[in-house]
Design a binder for this molecule. Structure first.
Ligand SMILES: *Cc1c(COP(=O)(O)O)cnc(C)c1O
Length: 432
């Protein structure tokens, strides 16, 4: 499969090159040249397939011939070494738990897949690749864990000092080896600005191969389509119209779900659940796309003012507003509503959700209220384990939460980070 740039000013390129570059030379996001739906039988017989078989069949066309089938199968197997259970809350709402991986956020799937692809591409390459990533919390941990020990790949993570949770900080500063954490005196926006400056600095990029590991990278973005299929496998015998609600920030996750639908997955409708950062909710009402600077919320992984994957969604729907609107609804919720939803799930279903999942739950309720349909079943993605947001979760449910083993194991380790303040500090760090 070849990929083209959504800015249409760079040459088309291979999967390998798209993964290594991250962003096209014209700064556009890469998009696959074609999407061939899987057979009807594939979806009818999905119960008989393992998660690895489903994922392998779904991703093959996007990766080959860059990675041979046998190696791709191993990559998929290693990526998916944990469960993706659907938990029913009531007759109309379930949650798809995506937090059973090593860092307990859905980003584990994309990070682990991308790390293994880069590792394969780099095995006979003398030139090292440096993955440069800014994080507001979850991305850093998932990338650090996914890329740990991958040959020929150095990872440099920038995070805002004092603005990520203790657990998140431990996850990205304690691994060592090829993972380096830079603690920035500033905000997440400052981290992201430094990363952007680095990608545009020809003096730097002529000396080293830089790539990104957020959802603009096709190898991080596309594998996220897997778990929509895993949910369908668990639900399609019981429910007719399956609706997915995705708590959204950069819109990579929901856009991957739409790719699953393009592959033929019978999805009835998508709902993008937003916090106060609601550019897409407003767009679907006004048809005006007006990004704004982000505001801080308790679901902070979704505090994004200008979602980078929205251009990919526009591409899937060929920039047709009506077709998009037929398939996508979006709602926006305040922090107070989010906390109420967390309490409601705890009281009614004895379910402890994190703030991002709670925004998803609200999205399901809003959609079902507006679109009454006895055959509809709405699945919201629970994108992180509640203990990753311990402060707010314990404040709301007023019960101490036990720390899962994955989290406990990093809490005892010592943090190692380098403190920097300016872009010149970053450049100096990268070049020495
Ligand atoms: C990253 C993240 C999101 C947002 O996902 P996008 O693909 O950026 O829309 C939602 N919830 C959690 C917990 C996250 O870490």
């Amino acid at each position: 499969m070849n990929y083209y740039s959504l800015n249409h000013k760079a040459p088309n390129t291979t999967f390998k090159d798209a993964v290594i570059k991250g962003l096209a030379p014209d700064k556009g996001l890469y998009f696959p040249e074609s999407i061939t739906p899987l057979s009807k039988e594939f979806f009818e017989n999905i119960d008989n397939l393992s998660n690895v078989d489903i994922a392998f069949e779904a991703i093959k066309q996007f990766v080959s011939p860059g990675i041979p089938d046998a190696i791709l199968k191993t990559i998929v197997e290693e990526t998916l070494s944990f469960d993706f259970p659907v938990v029913k809350l009531n007759d109309h709402i379930s949650t798809l738990e995506l937090f059973h991986g090593p860092t307990m956020a859905f980003k584990d799937v994309g990070a682990r897949f991308m790390a293994r692809c880069l590792g394969y591409f780099n095995q006979n390459n003398d030139r090292e690749v440096t993955v440069l990533v800014a994080t507001s919390g979850d991305t850093g941990g998932a990338v650090a864990n996914g890329f740990l020990g991958v040959k020929g790949v150095n990872v440099v993570i920038l995070y805002p000092s004092g603005k990520v949770s203790d657990i998140q900080e431990k996850q990205l500063t304690t691994l060592g080896q090829n993972i380096k954490a830079l603690e920035i005196h500033g905000t997440f926006d400052d981290c992201q600005a430094m990363v952007k400056t680095a990608f545009l600095d020809e003096n730097l990029t002529s000396k080293m191969q830089l790539t990104s590991a957020n959802s603009i990278n096709v190898a991080r973005w596309l594998p996220q389509l897997f778990y929509f299929m895993f949910a369908y496998k668990q639900l399609h015998k019981t429910y007719k119209n399956i609706v997915f609600t995705v708590p959204s920030g950069n819109f990579g996750n929901i856009c991957a779900g739409m790719m699953a639908q393009q592959l033929g997955l019978p999805v009835h409708h998508f709902v993008a659940a937003n916090n106060a950062n609601n550019v897409v909710t407003r767009y679907l009402i006004s048809q005006l796309y007006e990004p704004k600077p982000s505001v801080q919320t308790i679901s902070n992984a979704m505090d994004v003012g200008a979602p980078s994957n929205f251009v990919r969604i526009q591409e899937i729907y060929k920039n047709n507003f009506e077709t998009l609107k037929d398939n996508l609804s979006s709602y926006s919720f305040t922090d107070d509503k989010t906390k109420e939803a967390m309490l409601e799930m705890f009281n009614n279903y004895n379910y402890v959700a994190d703030p991002h999942g709670a925004v998803g739950y609200l999205g399901c309720n809003a959609y079902l209220k507006e679109n009454p349909d006895p055959d509809a079943h709405c699945v919201f993605l629970e994108t992180a384990h509640p203990t990753k947001f311990l402060d707010v979760v314990e404040e709301v449910v007023k019960e101490k939460q036990p720390l899962p083993e994955q989290i406990q194991s990093v809490m005892d380790k010592d943090k190692v980070s380098v403190k920097i303040s300016t872009y010149e500090d970053l450049k100096h760090f990268l070049l020495t």
